[in-house]
Design a protein around this ligand. Structure first.
Ligand SMILES: Nc1ncnc2c1ncn2[C@@H]1O[C@H](COP(=O)(O)OP(=O)(O)OP(=O)(O)O)[C@@H](O)[C@H]1O
Ligand SMILES: [Mg+2]
Length: 240
């Protein structure tokens, strides 16, 4: 039997009478670097917010490691890391404190949390920012801190909503390097992006959403096979 870390079946969500997700089904294997792309308003963030547990779907099922997201969220949160599209760091606190406080949400012991926070600051090259206030960080460093925070509980699956949007190429590539290293170490990644270059560089498998429907899914090499670039495929889809 295939080892799926995430199994989404027939997911539907409407806001008022507007259908934002229409019968979405896909599976992600453990160890995958799985991409989600689609034009503005396609439903990407809504789908990811359902996985974070902050938007409740109208129907469908989501299983993470075989557990049902809606009924077993308390267990699932220990293996899930989330990086939302909008910065939700605590601006009044320092970098280190943001990590330490977040770790309390998982009941991590103080000793473990200090150790883990230091390791993460090290991994994200943020040691010298340890005692800086979050409000003094650049956009790129805030984004790195958000990813670091999402890793505090050693998740096996991380879900990121456009983690590199608005960053300059250097910061973007720095984040690519970190995500690739995490994936190489066995962390499964589900991530959305608007950058086709990023998609081609990172993703192994992906889905393309448009008006709440999956219009294309599969292995990135199969998707781009015999075609122009992913950029052209995307533009063709977005025109319809
Ligand atoms: N809470 C909400 N109430 C009403 N409509 C919403 C809500 N959240 C999202 N929508 C609508 O659902 C649609 C999909 O939004 P969503 O944020 O999921 O798209 P997206 O693919 O993430 O877009 P972007 O690329 O701009 O981030 C949009 O039309 C949006 O206006
Ligand atoms: Mg979005």
């Amino acid at each position: 039997m295939e080892n799926y870390i995430l199994d989404v079946e027939c997911l539907t969500k409407s806001f008022s009478r507007f259908k934002v997700l229409n019968n979405i089904s896909f599976k992600i294997k453990s160890g995958d670097f799985f991409g989600l792309i689609g034009p503005n308003g396609a439903g990407k963030s809504t789908l990811l917010k359902i996985l974070y547990g902050i938007v409740i779907p109208d129907s469908g099922s989501i299983k993470i490691k075989g557990l049902n997201l809606l009924s077993d969220y308390k267990k699932i949160k220990y293996s899930l890391g989330v990086v939302p599209q909008d910065d939700n760091l605590d601006d009044d606190l320092g970098v280190y404190e943001n990590l330490l406080i977040y770790s309390m949400y998982f009941g991590i012991s103080r000793t473990e949390s200090l150790k883990r926070s230091n390791e993460l600051l090290n991994f994200f090259d943020m040691n010298e920012k340890k005692y800086s206030k979050v409000s003094d960080l650049s956009g790129g460093l805030k984004r790195r801190l958000m990813i670091a925070r999402a890793l505090i509980n050693n998740p096996s699956l991380i879900v990121l909503d456009e983690p590199t949007s608005g960053l300059d190429p250097e910061y973007r590539q720095n984040i690519w390097g970190k995500l690739k290293a995490l994936n190489k170490n066995g962390v499964t990644i589900l991530m959305s992006t608007h950058y086709m270059e990023e998609a081609e560089h990172l993703f192994k498998n992906m889905i393309i959403l448009h008006h709440g429907n999956i219009v294309l899914q599969g292995n990135i090499n199969d998707i781009t096979l015999n075609k122009k670039s992913l950029e052209d495929i995307f533009l063709d889809i977005a025109k319809n």
